[in-house]
Design a protein around this ligand. Sequence first.
Ligand code: G3H
Ligand code: 13P
Ligand code: ZN
Length: 358
Amino acid sequence: MALVPMRLLLDHAAENNYGLVALNVNNMEQIQSIMMAAEKTESPVIIQASRGARAYAQNNYLRHLIIAASELYPNIPVCMHLDHGDKPASCLDAIEAGFTSVMMDGSLTTDGQAADYDYNVKVTKEVVTAAHARGVSVEGEIGVLGSLEHCGGEKEDGHGLEGTVDHSKLLTDPDEAARFVADTGVDALAVAIGTSHGAYKFSTKPTGSVLSMDTIKNIHAKLPNTHLVMHGSSSVPQELQDIINKYGGKIKPTFGVPVEEIQLGIKHGVRKVNVDTDNRLAITGAIRKVFAETPEKFDPRDFLKPAREAMMKLCMERMTQFGQAGHAGKIKQITLADQAARYASAKKGACGTGCGCK
Ligand code: G3H
Ligand code: 13P
Ligand code: ZN
């Protein structure tokens, strides 16, 4: 089956009160892990590629691998999403390449500085107009990702505002979020609640002072029909840290976003949960184990297979914990052309894009 628009998956998740893990990929084995997990748990999937991933894999490799995945598993709805597009041109390029969903991250300027509201609306709306005409979904971001804690002085793995002192930007203002959705017509909204990318998010198990689930609740109260997105949502499991360190790695003590907090978010409108780091940890641990225990091996399959299994296991856990398991076959798959027709026939809302917003 052809790739499906993300809007289809998020609408189904909202109607049935579950969340979808959105999984970052850079290579074939990661895509295989996701599809194996999706098949075992009967889950719809969002596979996402960052600009870095697209550059690493020369775009076309990833694109064809994800298309191959959707062909090999026709019963699994697969969305191909651009993670953290930095400017309209990046999103348009991904749309041209066949991505069925894009994130226009206008919360930052292309220099990585916090952008002002008008800039964010301008670039996001430009992408929404172009994307919706082709049935492609758009995720926007309001507020800037970054740790409220600056855990251990570690620098964030990009796409955030780590290292700045302006904490006011690091929590999304619910009123501004409501204005942003009305002004842009985005299909999904990433919000800032104190999470950051990478392994070093919190130095102890996070409380409400550094991980603001109340912000999610307040935004959802104002925007009950908007699909919310949690970035930086790896849980950084202790057992994965232990495996890496046992086999010669050097992960410093750290905490991620507890799964139960994500589950709370899902009760309050979170439909997309971005996870990359946990899979990086699972893969690294599995490979280190093979290298340490059987140093005589040199066939890449000897370490890539366990790595693939480890990532599959993590993906299955999240698919089950977030509630998307069991839903793949319940979703009537549609094409981008079908979704474009839906946008076109939707009542024109305040944003003027035909997205159906009020
Ligand atoms: O947003 C962050 C994701 O983990 C992607 O990271 O830009 O290193 O591919 P990346
Ligand atoms: P993690 O680094 O917590 O996995 O977050 C990934 C992410 O938000 C991708 O956009
Ligand atoms: Zn992110």
